[in-house]
Design a protein around this ligand. Structure first.
Ligand SMILES: Nc1ncnc2c1ncn2[C@@H]1O[C@H](COP(=O)(O)OP(=O)(O)OP(=O)(O)O)[C@@H](O)[C@H]1O
Ligand SMILES: [Mg+2]
Length: 319
């Protein structure tokens, strides 16, 4: 049934119904944050650590989850609330030249980086310094490691950095054992020196990496993002998704047949669930403005297991 009020949608989504199909499809393709309870708990934990008073041994957090299960989205959502403060200032002018304006970094409450693909301290430091590119007019490619370390410490103090987030920390597991150890050692020293909470984000391998250093292990509280399973949190996730897709008719994703199919096909991984639902919603725009079982039959979605099988089959054809 089509209602004029579209009250099956969130108020801000209702306005999108007037848009042509292609614009609604573009909206469906965008990443829209859904605040499910586990993610909200993680955000709460991050806030608590951000506000934690400085002390000799700062508490740290290790967010662990399967690939594609929403780890980076949580961190990005959190960082949006603590953006760097940048000011545009006039550089002045003389008789001949107007030097115009320039952006200056004033404050950077959070530094959030992706762990380089190897546990290499130098590349790690350069990834951090890249975040301060507004604050320095030269590159550090040739500087020695001690200099990079000192520069980071002085930048963190000058720009009032209160938290360091390292995503993809499982990359610290790659490489030789002594490199791993050297990197973990450096992580510990950086935490001690700066007295700010460190937030590491990664897969189960990340947990193994941190656990391999007993001193680090007891400083990192693990926070697990489990695979999704049937239950109240999952039902509410599906209801939220149904309310953000600008479809003219309501969809009952909580119908057990549909919700089980999504969970099973998506293997309990949030990114898969969202991809599957997005495809079904786009199909619904073309066909009938509501998602039902038929939409899932019409789309070209392969579960991770199916994708692996297809890949292995095509490999066999190559050899
Ligand atoms: N809170 C959320 N609301 C809506 N969609 C989400 C949310 N979290 C994750 N997603 C969906 O899942 C996808 C994967 O999320 P994300 O990139 O955060 O996973 P990840 O655990 O960091 O994956 P990887 O281990 O591969 O880095 C996102 O692109 C988005 O489509
Ligand atoms: Mg990620």
């Amino acid at each position: 049934m089509v209602t004029d009020t579209f009250d099956h949608l969130l108020p801000e989504v209702r306005e999108l119904i007037k848009l042509p199909s292609w614009e609604r499809i573009n909206h469906i393709k965008k990443d829209i944050w859904i605040g499910y309870p586990t993610a909200n708990k993680a955000l709460e934990k991050l806030r608590e650590l951000f506000d934690h008073p400085q002390r000799q041994r700062m508490p740290n957090l290790l967010i662990i989850g399967h690939a594609n299960n929403g780890k980076s989205m949580i961190v990005e959502k959190f960082c949006r609330g603590y953006k760097a403060r940048i000011e545009r200032r006039r550089l002045g002018a003389d008789k001949f030249y107007d030097l115009g304006e320039q952006d200056y970094l004033v404050e950077m409450p959070i530094v959030s980086i992706q762990m380089p693909p190897l546990p290499d301290s130098r590349r790690f430091y350069l990834a951090i310094l890249e975040k301060f590119k507004l604050a320095c007019s030269f590159t550090y490619d040739r500087a020695n490691i001690g200099y990079l370390e000192n520069k980071i410490i002085s930048f963190f103090r000058e720009y009032n950095v209160k938290m360091l987030i390292i995503d993809e920390i499982h990359n610290a597991l790659a490489g030789q054992n002594n490199k791993q150890r050297e990197f973990l050692n450096m992580l510990r020293l950086i935490g001690n020196e700066l007295k700010i909470p460190l937030i590491c984000v990664g897969t189960k391998d990340a947990y193994l990496a941190i656990r391999s250093d007993p001193q680090l292990e007891n400083r990192f509280e693990p926070f697990v993002l489990p695979r999704w399973k049937a239950g109240r949190e999952y039902d509410s996730l599906l209801a939220s998704m149904a309310a953000i897709f600008p479809l003219k008719k309501p969809s009952n994703l909580n119908n057990p047949k549909i919700s089980e199919l999504i969970l099973q096909k998506g293997e309990g991984i949030l990114g898969e669930i969202v991809t599957l639902l997005r495809k079904a919603a786009i199909q619904a725009i073309y066909i009938q403005e509501t998602i039902d079982e038929m939409m899932f039959k019409m789309i070209d979605y392969y579960s991770p297991a199916e994708r692996r099988q297809i890949f292995e089959r095509s490999l066999a054809e190559v050899s």
